[in-house]
Design a protein around this ligand. Structure first.
Ligand code: FES
Length: 263
């Protein structure tokens, strides 16, 4: 990682209800970005917090030198970020954190994402480019679903659930996942989404004995391991727990080690 740099915004558009996709000209970040990593952005005019905002990388193209993020407008900072225009510059730090780790002998991969959390797993599915990738994505409703064609192009099989049934299976994506796990066990699962979804996936990983990595999204201060704002509880070898930093030790952890109840 280099220090913060000013990156030009080349696109920022609404892609679903309250969800935006922002593209940055950021050759240094793009050249080093791995799925599961994030960038830390200083949002211009954001007086609600002095700190940067961590947002997972949705896509990165080394050749064209761009990075994309997807974010949901949930407060003042993200509202200001949604108003950023093409040609504006953002102060960006990254790529930060440790990404997903997929070994060369993985043949069958499940990636699971909910809402905004579908963004980093899409990047993983597209980057770990072997046949045998099944992508599970869940949204509250069809209005909140974004870039379905991109997801389709990034995997071999795409399964979608919405809570109101407006697209795909009616219910939770974890129900679809469990159905699939009963028939067909992958070598590895990668997941990101709301905490209840991650807890359900953690339990399934244990029940079906599938190795699983969870990407935690946490409030952050420095983003580089110096402040402990982002501490999360992780099991240690003696049945106790220790705190690790989501920004520096994560944001990706093995599901068997992370203690989501303590999060
Ligand atoms: Fe400062 Fe993680 S945000 S240590």
């Amino acid at each position: 990682m280099k220090g913060p740099e000013l990156c030009k915004v080349t696109d920022n558009r609404l892609i679903a209800g309250g969800m935006y996709k922002l593209r940055l000209e950021a050759p240094n970040v793009a050249g080093n970005a791995r799925p599961g990593q994030f960038i830390h952005i200083k949002v211009p005019g954001d007086r609600s917090r002095l700190l940067r905002r961590p947002i997972s990388i949705y896509d990165a193209c080394h050749k064209k030198g761009y990075v994309e993020i997807v974010f949901q407008v949930v407060g003042e900072g993200t509202r200001l970020l949604s108003a950023v225009k093409t040609g504006d510059f953002l102060d960006v730090l990254g790529p930060l954190g440790n990404g997903f780790s997929v070994s060369g002998d993985t043949r069958h991969l499940f990636v699971v994402g909910g809402g905004c959390g579908a963004a980093p797993v899409k990047f993983a599915a597209s980057r770990f480019n072997f046949t045998g990738r099944t992508c599970f994505i869940g949204f509250k409703s069809g209005d909140a679903a974004y870039d379905l064609q991109e997801f389709e192009n990034s995997c071999d099989s795409l399964l979608i659930a919405t809570e109101d049934g407006s697209i795909g299976y009616k219910g939770l994506i974890t129900e679809v996942l469990e159905d699939e796990l009963k028939r067909n066990l992958p070598d590895l699962m990668l997941a990101c989404g709301p905490v209840p979804m991650m807890k359900a996936i953690q339990q399934m990983a244990e029940k079906y004995r599938v190795p699983c990595q969870l990407l935690l999204e946490e409030r952050m201060g420095c983003g580089i391991g110096a402040c402990m704002t982002c501490a999360c509880a992780v099991r240690d070898d003696e049945d106790g727990f220790i705190y690790k930093r989501v920004c520096k030790d994560g944001p990706v952890f093995w599901s068997r080690e992370v203690m989501l109840d303590e999060a």
